[in-house]
Design a binder for this molecule. Structure first.
Ligand SMILES: CC(C)(COP(=O)(O)OP(=O)(O)OC[C@H]1O[C@@H](n2cnc3c(N)ncnc32)[C@H](O)[C@@H]1OP(=O)(O)O)[C@@H](O)C(=O)NCCC(=O)NCCS
Length: 287
């Protein structure tokens, strides 16, 4: 199958796409959707897939034979093989998904493809009921300010021995996983850390730059957190700004990210002046 530009452009208004997640708004179009469908069933990554950093094979595939593509409605089911397996139904339409209709499709696809859970994912331009807020940071040389707090590379950090304890305490924010990857030697980009007298109290990384679907240089998702005992003291801002300065020096033009609606990070990115691209909603389908 091939996607039609005019049908997609009428309903995909927020740049969040099957299997890849958040992308640059200019990347949205039939070429990208066709590319996503072209690797379905192969386990291969598109060259601009951020998941290729951590996984040996792509774990989410579009079910190309079941795609619904019509004027005013595009529905793309995908299978995610992580854990017990999840059916993800990406819904792009003029209105919110008709949950009754989606539940019927999901029941049929779950039975056919044998997944335990199912969810429908759609986007909108308001926050009400949304799970995450899609935000864009354009990297520009002019917007950085001097940082007084101590930010350094983990590699050259005098308190690097405190990183394992920090990582363990910050497991919920992905740092235990990141530390595991550091030990395995799979982390290629630098990790920046914030230092207090007690050692490492915050971190962001790994920092890398990759080329997106339209040839622009972007910074893929990073782990980023400040220890709860040290928040609201400016460490987050100092780390973020150090990482954007570094990203810009590495040639990045932008970064897109998902901030959880209502979380401190959403307020934080707002305070840093990021542009809102839209909101992503997720509804678990029971049954
Ligand atoms: C997001 C996070 C890194 C911010 O770190 P931090 O060190 O507390 O941030 P800062 O002290 O530099 O705060 C900078 C500004 O962000 C905003 N902000 C940060 N936390 C906020 C909160 N809980 N409520 C409202 N505004 C907040 C404020 O504008 C703040 O400036 P102010 O303190 O002068 O008002 C931290 O809350 C955290 O680790 N959260 C959990 C992990 C996470 O969500 N990471 C981001 C993944 S996308």
């Amino acid at each position: 199958m091939r996607f039609r530009e005019e049908w997609l452009s009428a309903v995909v208004r927020v740049p969040y796409v099957p299997t890849l997640g958040a992308v640059h708004p200019d990347a949205i179009g039939a070429i990208l959707f066709d590319a996503i469908a072209s690797v379905a069933g192969t386990g291969q990554f598109l060259p601009y897939d951020k998941d290729a950093r951590w996984l040996a094979a792509k774990d989410e595939q579009v079910i190309t034979g079941e795609v619904i593509h019509a004027p005013g409605l595009t529905v793309i089911p995908a299978l995610n093989t992580r854990g017990q397996g999840t059916l993800k139904v990406y819904h792009y339409g003029h209105d919110r998904p008709d949950m009754g209709q989606v539940a019927e499709w999901a029941a049929k696809w779950r039975a056919t493809y044998g997944t335990r859970s199912a969810r429908v994912i759609w986007t909108q331009d308001q926050a009400a009921g949304a799970r995450t807020r899609l935000m864009l940071k354009n990297y520009t040389p002019s917007d950085q300010q001097p940082r007084e707090l101590r930010i350094t590379d983990l590699d050259t950090c005098p308190a690097a021995s405190t990183f394992p304890a920090f990582a363990a305490e910050m497991a919920a924010d992905g740092f235990a996983f990141l530390y595991e990857q550091v030990q395995l030697g799979t982390v290629t980009g630098p990790i920046l850390v914030a230092l207090d007298e007690d050692g490492i109290v915050g971190a962001v990384g790994p920092l890398s730059v990759m080329t997106d679907a339209i040839g622009q240089r972007t910074v893929p998702p990073q782990y980023f957190a400040v220890h709860p005992g040290y928040r609201r003291k400016g460490y987050g801002r100092a780390l973020w700004r150090a990482s954007t300065t570094r990203g810009e020096a590495m040639g990045a033009a932008y970064k897109v990210l998902n901030a959880q609606v209502g979380a401190a990070a959403e307020r934080f990115y707002e305070s840093e002046g990021l542009t809102t691209l839209g909101y992503v909603c997720i509804h678990e389908i029971s049954g």
